[in-house]
Design a protein around this ligand. Structure first.
Ligand SMILES: [Zn+2]
Length: 100
């Protein structure tokens, strides 16, 4: 595909296969067996959470319950629009980086 793009003089800008935003190629995480597929850090984190949530479904361990609570709280905060509040937003983003 890169060869086709070069024949037509087009430059392919690396973009995330999840959100579609463009990035520097070094900022994309590539899939092991499909290296042409890359996702940005934000989408990789989102995919990780989705995969973890799916793996936790049906489990009643304390860790699974804590992660479900964090996810439901995160969703409630986002629905309420609290993530954009000046003081609360940075605090929530900081917690988001460190919580499961
Ligand atoms: Zn993305």
């Amino acid at each position: 595909m890169a060869a086709i793009a070069q024949e037509h003089g087009q430059v392919q800008i690396p973009s995330c296969w999840c959100c579609g935003n463009t990035f520097d190629g070094r900022d994309l995480t590539r899939l092991g067996s499909q290296p042409e597929v890359g996702v940005c850090a934000g989408c990789a984190l989102w995919l990780s959470r989705r995969a973890r949530s799916e793996a936790d479904s049906g489990h009643r361990t304390p860790g699974a319950r804590l992660r479900r609570w964090v996810v439901s709280t995160r969703d409630a905060v986002t629905r309420a629009g609290l993530q954009d509040w000046p003081a609360l937003g940075p605090l929530l983003r900081r917690l988001d980086r460190h919580l499961p």
